[in-house]
Ligand binder design. Structure first.
Ligand code: NAP
Length: 478
């Protein structure tokens, strides 16, 4: 298929250059070659886009009948579905995502629009009995203009799961994609407009977060900042938002556990667990990067885990059979290789991996680390690459203490066939998401987000849509 790549900002329902004319070159991580240049927004572009979004909100989007908003969002989903292949190919090009995964994620984005199209009108108030004779009710009202700032690891689905509930709740959205991955966000803006979203309701501003982030977050017309990315930038956004008490939701880093008890189907756990950490080449906030295995099955578990890891197909993201593509950039691979050097220096044993499997592209082999110390960087810090540490445990309570010692609390898996234990441990693990006898973390209908330094607020489900509203109480005297 011939693929036409977006190269400009998307503001006021059309593509346009940035005021400065500056552009960012995009590198295909599988070939290390620049394949396109995309306009980079500056502060003046941010201000123009916010003014136009505010005008679109006041000019009709906030007051649109729910049925009309539903109709438009369903049309957006349909146009996205008609363009899934183009979206998937763009995702592959800019971040090296294996094409089969990119197709699934493009479909997930469309599904998110379908879900929230159906949810318009479901976020509603209640009547409350208060003083005698009076009448009290609550309203869920849209906020105004929302800034959505998204990362490069799941660019399209995360853009959709912020934009769709915010739009469904009657807000206008300024979407800032990561500098490495602007193509699919721009395509979302274009297709949503083609499907009937009025100009100004969804604006897409690629550009450096370091240059335009503060202007976006600090702007007085931005009522909420919905951010997914690193804990460091999330903290900065929260600090800046505190100045005028903007609403924030933050989906941040993780260091998620994968807990395997000896009573579980540990063979199935061992075979499925490599993709719970190595999918997306480990660049996943939910990556189960610390595996706790009950000692009696530790050795055979590790043997099976390593064998399953060595079978993973690493290679060209354009090929259907590829499971792991390159890392997103040379810089990201350098960061991960720094972690591996640290592990070597501390005497960790490498069950497999640790090197570069291909000479071209930012590839790194999936790597299994054994006997990592609990004080080591690889055990404590988010690596955001294809690296896992596996350890043995003897005592359930001590294991849970170590799981919860992490400052993060995003996701996790728990493998056991003992129902009481499953319920006990699921309650005790401090994380926003947990799956039992599975690795699934994301369901469009269910809330997704973290405890502790993994974030604040929730994406997905009805919880996300409520998070894009203000709650008003009205009392009418009799
Ligand atoms: P990042 O460096 O924090 O960047 C995320 C976004 O923030 C990008 O669009 C970036 O723009 C922008 N940004 C950078 N500086 C900013 C500033 N001063 N003000 C406002 N925005 C700014 O994170 P990343 O490296 O792209 O993504 C990896 C991180 O995201 C990991 O920690 C991962 O765990 C986390 N993540 C969390 C979830 C979750 O749901 N919990 C999901 C996915 C990823 P530029 O690209 O232009 O720098």
């Amino acid at each position: 298929m011939s693929l036409s790549l977006p190269t400009q900002l998307f503001v006021d329902g059309k593509y346009c250059d940035s005021a400065s004319g500056k552009r960012t070159p995009l590198v295909n991580p599988a070939t290390e070659e620049v394949f396109v240049e995309v306009a980079a927004a500056e502060v003046v572009d941010v201000e123009r886009a916010i003014d136009s979004a505010q005008a679109a909100w006041e000019g009709g989007w906030r007051d649109l009948a729910p049925g009309k908003r539903t109709e438009i969002l369903f049309r957006v989903a349909r146009v996205l579905r008609e363009n899934l292949e183009a979206i998937a190919q763009m995702e592959r090009l800019h971040i090296g995502k294996p094409i089969a995964d990119a197709r699934d994620e493009a479909g997930l984005g469309a599904r998110v629009f379908e879900y929230y199209a159906g949810a318009v009108g479901r976020v509603c108030g209640e009547t409350i009995p208060v003083a005698r004779g009076g009448f009290d009710f609550t309203l869920r009202q849209s906020m105004g203009v929302v800034a959505a700032i998204v990362p490069w690891n799941f660019p399209f689905p995360i853009a959709c799961w912020k934009a769709a509930p915010a739009l469904a709740a009657g807000n206008c959205v300024i979407l800032k994609p990561a500098s490495l991955s602007p193509l699919t966000a721009l395509k979302l803006g274009e297709l949503a407009h083609q499907a009937g979203l009025p100009p100004g309701v969804l604006q897409i501003l690629p550009g450096s977060g370091a240059k335009i982030g503060d202007a976006l977050v600090a702007h007085p017309l931005i009522r909420k900042v919905s951010f997914t990315g690193s804990t460091e930038i999330g903290r900065r956004i929260m600090e800046m938002s505190s100045r005028d008490l903007k609403r924030v939701s933050l989906e941040l880093g993780g260091k998620s556990p994968n807990i395997v008890f000896a009573d579980a189907d540990w063979q199935r756990a061992a075979e499925s667990s490599p993709m719970s950490v190595f999918a997306n080449t480990g660049q996943d906030c939910c990556a189960r990067s610390r595996v706790f295995v009950e000692r009696s099955v530790f050795e055979p578990f590790v043997e099976k885990f390593v064998a399953a890891t060595e079978k993973l197909v690493v290679g060209d993201p354009a090929k259907e059979e590829t499971q792991l593509g390159p890392m997103v950039s040379a810089a990201q691979r350098d960061v991960v290789e720094g972690f591996l050097a640290d592990a070597r220096g501390r005497g960790s044993r490498f069950g497999t991996g640790g090197g570069r499997p291909l000479s071209r592209g930012y590839y790194l082999s999936p790597t299994v680390l054994l006997n990592v110390g609990i004080g080591d960087r690889c055990w404590k810090e988010e690596i955001f690459g294809p690296v896992v540490a596996i350890t043995a445990f003897d005592d359930e309570a001590a294991m849970i203490r170590e799981v919860n010692a992490s400052p993060y609390g995003l996701s996790g898996s728990l493998w056991t066939n003992d129902l009481s234990r499953a319920l006990r441990v699921a309650r005790a693990v401090q994380s926003g998401v947990l799956s039992v006898n599975s690795h699934s973390s994301v369901h469009v209908e269910a809330p997704f987000g973290g405890f502790k330094q993994s974030g604040l607020g929730r994406d997905l489900g009805m919880a996300a849509m409520e998070g894009y509203t203000e709650l008003k109480n009205v009392y009418v005297a009799a």
